[in-house]
Design a protein around this ligand. Sequence first.
Ligand code: PEP
Ligand code: MG
Length: 572
Amino acid sequence: MECEKSYKGIAGSDGIGIGRAALITEPKISYEQSSALTAEDETKRFDAAVEALIEKTNAMAEDMRKSVGEKEAEILMGHSLMLSDPAMTDEVRGIIAQGLTSEAAAEQVFETFAAMFEATGDELTMQRAADLRDVKTGIIKTLQGIEDVDIASLPKGSVIVVSDLTPSMTAGINKDNIEGIVTEMGGRTSHSAILARALEIPAVLSVEGVTAKIKSGVRLIVDGIRGEVIEDPTAEQQAEYAEQKADYAKRKKELEKLIGEPTVTADGDRVELVCNIGKPDDCAAVIEKDGEGVGLFRTEFLYMDSKQKPDEAEQFEAYKKAAMTLKNKPVIIRTLDVGGDKDIPYLGLEKEENPFMGFRAVRYCLKNEELYRDQLRALLRASAFGNIKIMIPLVTCVEEVRGVKAVIKDLMSELDREGTAYDKDIEVGVMVETPAAAAIADLLAEEADFFSIGTNDLTGYTMCADRGNANVAYLYSAFQPAVLRSIKRIIECGNKKGIPVGMCGEAAADPRLIPLLISFGLSEYSVSPTAVLATRAEIRKWTKAEADKVAEKVMKCAAESDVLAVLDENKK
Ligand code: PEP
Ligand code: MG
């Protein structure tokens, strides 16, 4: 009897996989709390385990570097660094000295740190908690002599079903044998998602209780595009998904032909197609996917990745690396956007009633000038090594732009006095992502060298709808007439003043929006590296006259549903 079931999850890595479930379960680990050894011998036991694990992790990182890439290997190198971090290991030794086993001491210390990171509720910081737990399990397994699950030997056509796909597990994946990955944990920015995307294996994450529901050997379809897993599919479903899988592969091949082609409309008008990144290492993906530069470097990742705020020297190296990797291509670096959904625990931001409307981004930076000066000095110094532009987040009034420019001017005089090189003509742009900025876009255009529309925030603030709130999710749409009018107005104001206008929110990669953006006159699209080629393909389909026709109809629509219907009827 066929009994197909489906499970919803987060689309973690694009593509369709069809295969049989390989359920990976970790062995139950049990150990004594009190050590029978002397503290000295127990410490030796712990140190030997750490040393062995560092060696093993480094070897896995090396394999990963060869088989997948530098960026992915760095995740494992990060584990190695955690193991070498005396802040952690000394604490473990301290607890061993009180008579506990190495296992119990490691559990206590790593769990305390992990829980602290987890409590932030921020997806990226929470990922660090997952890494700490991965390292902790590694230490305990090494102490107990428990071997890792051998993912490398899974047969062709396997779909990995696992509670959480840890980086140490991923190191063994033979990508030719794995059709898909299904996990109970992790979001789009979790390391399991990053690794699955790097390996180009379809993945659906955060499927509740999946390891208890799916048995090894059962047939599965992994729809990494829609975030769905189908268990025991019917013959029709198998045929339908096999066709979708073939279409996906064909489209991917087709898109690859656009590498090296210009981003032009069907009339031949050139626009810029750049990328959103979070770390200098992401520049490798920008180059690989033929991005024409960086339209948004979210610098908060540099802050989130360390236990204390990165100093000027560290930031300088990071910005310089991005600028140099991309040679003379533009690299727009956004100054620190902290607060709201982006908490950085060590900055000690106070809990606020309405953090999204509170003390964040440029507001915070202008009040914490010392921290801001470090970042701006690093940016200015790095500008001597490439084509860096500075972008200010969450602007609501001209005073903020003037305030930032005054700090920059002061820093330039400081650098002149020191004889330190920087780009004297560095551009300073404004992120237009609040209704206030949209309303005064004409005035801001007088102050800014460029605009970049942040549709993620602009949509939320314009519609007064928190994107994390399922009850108001129907309002959170860039296709709402209120948001579209705002986007159109911002572009018009920028164009009137003759400054470039880009878009770096997620909407820039939505193919449905592209005819409207062409019609409004957007000059730069900033999307994730994986969306570059699909965006280029869509832009190349439209002439300005065709796009204008669609835009004219859309801008007459009163309801979002009508907007979507018009776009659907006219899609190419
Ligand atoms: C935006 O708000 O559209 C944006 C690009 O910034 P972030 O998503 O980092 O808030
Ligand atoms: Mg934003």
